[in-house]
Design a protein around this ligand. Structure first.
Ligand code: SF4
Length: 434
């Protein structure tokens, strides 16, 4: 294995690449088992209610160095308070609070890289036992051994969310390790053979946009259940000036073409696709239903509950040492305790969840989303003034506007001012999680 050394601000497109289709052919030769992949039928829904999925960060220790990682500084700095993995006991306490206080019924377990954490199987077993369906967000490097996957299956893993940032050298270049793509494709093959569902995550970078249609085809051929395309964001450690640069950050209009092609392929194959943090106006109208910006995120069952997120994202819940901070709940604001407690119990009944989660709770989540957009430097261009979707769109990031300007935006004309953040996303058919 050769660790690739590349400054974060440099171009992340390696030279002398094979054609995208040839790279896909090579990837499929590694990822596909000898017998045909069968995609089991999945229940789907257009009902949009607030997600009950929480998230836990075990510690910022990782075996890769993705240049766009939100926690890259914490991963590289072994003395950072969030660097070391926490104990199993602390992780269990966090997960129990996700269930008891926040009413979460699923959790995304992440590191850094959670497969490096020794007690991972014990945590999966625990989550499964307390009614928190566990998923792992992973680079899949350590899933190239089938015996390990059998252990994950036995422990009760629901699925893996595998980060695929292009094919072949493009992925290796993005994650900083020669050979990472090959091991990842072997991991996909193992997942198929062992029968564990998986979804894919792809960050939109200067390199990965060369392969978006091929990533979509990789998903359709291997039976991935969902593909998420994520804009390379200036959050957390990426907020540092100079982290996102003209060479490593694609312009929206550059990404829009390959993204549209990928979305068309996924739509034709019936695979759920989500695009996170991309201006609504820059995708064709038929794909706006897949656009999840901050105001739409709480309605995506693959995304995180803002209420529990506002607690787990605090440093005491991300550190090895120290006590947990007291849980605080977003949706609790302005509501008496008895009402909050009743609402939490009612969300356990699927037929009532829809009613309970509407109303003031949704308003709290929306205000939280708008606050997050303001706090992370989102802005609107002069062209946004005449846009009817401005009320449900975050606009564009301030650093992006400073780098490229705002001339790309194309105001949406609806004949009315959109106020409901679910206007487009309620047309999308998504996996119905139990
Ligand atoms: S508000 Fe601006 S960025 Fe958002 S959809 Fe409208 S024109 Fe595009």
């Amino acid at each position: 294995m050769q660790v690739l050394k590349l400054a974060r601000s440099e171009s992340h497109t390696p030279p002398n690449l094979d054609s995208p289709d040839l790279l896909l052919e090579k990837a499929l030769a590694l990822a596909l088992p000898s017998s045909p992949v069968r995609r089991p039928p999945l229940a789907s829904t257009t009902e949009r209610c607030i997600t009950r999925r929480g998230a836990i960060w075990l510690g910022q220790t990782c075996n890769l160095r993705c240049h766009f990682c939100f926690f890259i500084d914490r991963i590289e700095d072994a003395s950072h308070p969030e660097h070391e993995f926490m104990s199993l006991e602390k992780a269990k306490r966090i997960c129990k609070i996700l269930v008891d206080v926040y009413g979460n019924n699923a959790v995304d377990i992440q590191g850094g890289e959670p497969t490096l954490w020794r007690p991972i199987l014990a945590l999966i077993e625990y989550c499964h036992a307390i009614g928190l369906h566990p998923s792992l967000i992973t680079n899949a490097l350590l899933l190239d051994r089938k015996e390990k996957l059998l252990e994950y299956k036995k422990a009760g893993i629901r699925d893996f969310l595998v980060s695929v940032h292009g094919l072949g050298p493009v992925h290796d270049w993005a994650v900083g390790l020669d050979g990472a793509h090959e091991r990842q494709m072997k991991a996909l093959r193992n997942l198929i053979e062992v029968g564990i569902p998986f979804r894919l995550n792809t960050v939109l970078t200067g390199g990965s946009i060369l392969h978006l249609p091929q990533v979509a085809r990789l998903a359709t051929e291997t039976g991935a259940r969902v593909v998420n395309f994520l804009t390379f964001l200036p959050f957390a450690d990426q907020a540092t000036a100079g982290a996102r640069t003209a060479p490593n950050l694609p312009r929206y209009s550059e990404a829009a073409g390959p993204l549209t092609e990928a979305l068309d392929l996924l739509s034709a194959a019936g695979v759920e696709a989500n695009v996170r943090f991309f201006p609504l106006c820059l995708l064709p109208a038929r794909h706006r239903k897949s656009c999840f910006n901050l105001q739409q995120l709480p309605y995506d069952q693959g995304e995180w509950d803002f209420a529990s997120l506002s607690w787990t994202s605090q440093q005491p819940q991300r550190m090895k040492t120290g006590e947990l901070s007291p849980p605080s709940e977003l949706a609790r604001e302005g509501r008496p305790e008895w009402l909050h407690s009743l609402a939490r119990r009612l969300t356990a009944f699927p037929r009532l969840r829809h009613i309970v989660t509407r109303g003031s709770r949704e308003q709290s989540y929306r205000e939280f989303a708008r606050g997050m957009a303001r706090g992370t430097g989102y802005t609107y261009g002069p062209g946004c003034n005449g846009c009817d979707a401005g009320g449900i769109c975050d606009g564009i990031h301030g650093d992006y506007a400073a780098m490229f300007g705002t001339e790309e935006v194309r105001p949406i004309k609806l004949g009315f001012r959109a106020k409901d953040p679910t206007l487009y996303i309620r047309q999308q058919s998504k996996i119905a999680y139990s």
